[in-house]
Design a protein around this ligand. Structure first.
Ligand code: OOG
Ligand code: MG
Length: 257
């Protein structure tokens, strides 16, 4: 018996993003499991690298209960970030490039040297040079933003674009900072960094462990998104979005009209 056509699935997902057109879910029909889904994700991102994009980091997904509940999937997942996904702080994103974009508040880490495999991890702060408030724009390539666990993994965990605010040294007590998402000056979501696996630093441990299983090592200089502390909200044309994290400041973006 042959397994699912991984390259073919990556091509379908890549085209859905290129054509800004949602596709039906793939996993149930093709028998895609989690490991095969990470292989599709690798091929999907490779397709972008083949066009000249560069890997610049890693993102975690579904590290908070609010996110798990919103999408009905309750496993922590990870995906890849490329340079083309990065939007400058305060910049404008072209919403016509996305199918049904949503935005969510994130905490970003700037990675320092990471322990070699087998080396003790020590204090996580050794591996983090700086921390920043961030916004992630997610855009599922599946119709109605609905998917199973392998579907969302194959789709690079809905990664679309991201904005990183000003970097600061890691403050004491990162585990219980207030998080706000504002849209057009109104509060759209409220949360705490405690919602991210109890402490966003745990997301880094999970990322190192989970990506390591697939042979991916995090690199010095990479951006790491710990996963949203709150549910995501739809991004409408012309909207002004700001994510605020207590002690860290804010990151913002504008949606093109
Ligand atoms: C999956 C991506 C989840 C997060 O921060 O939890 C994610 C999705 O919600 O479509 O990026
Ligand atoms: Mg996210």
């Amino acid at each position: 018996m042959t397994g699912p056509d991984l390259a073919g699935l990556a091509e379908q997902l890549g085209r859905a993003a290129d054509d800004v057109t949602a596709i039906p879910q793939l996993a149930a029909e093709t028998g895609l499991d989690v490991d095969a889904a990470y292989a599709v994700q690798a091929a999907l991102v490779q397709r972008r690298l083949g066009r000249g994009e560069r890997l610049v980091g890693l993102k975690m997904g579904l590290t908070s209960k609010a996110k798990m509940a919103q999408v009905g999937v309750d496993e922590v997942i990870w995906g890849r970030l490329t340079d083309l996904m990065r939007v400058p702080d305060g910049g404008t994103v072209d919403v016509s490039r996305f199918i049904h974009p949503r935005v969510e508040p994130e905490v970003a880490f700037l990675l320092d040297r990471l322990p070699e495999p087998g080396e003790p991890v020590g204090d996580f702060t050794d591996a983090v040079r700086a921390v920043a408030p961030a916004i992630e724009l997610i855009d599922s390539r599946y119709a109605n933003f609905r998917f199973s666990l392998p579907d969302v993994i194959a789709d690079n965990t809905s990664a679309g674009a991201f904005v990183v605010g000003p970097w600061s040294p890691v403050p004491d007590g990162l585990e219980n900072l207030g998080v706000l998402l504002e849209v057009d000056g109104r509060v759209a979501q409220v949360g705490s960094t405690a919602a991210i696996l109890g402490d966003p630093r745990r997301a880094l441990d999970e990322g190192i462990r989970l990506a390591g299983r697939h042979g991916v090592r995090l690199r010095e200089g990479w951006v790491f998104l710990a996963g949203a502390a709150t549910a995501a909200v739809p991004l409408r044309a012309g909207a002004q979005v700001r994510a605020v994290v207590e002690k860290l400041g804010s990151a913002s973006l504008r949606a093109s009209s």
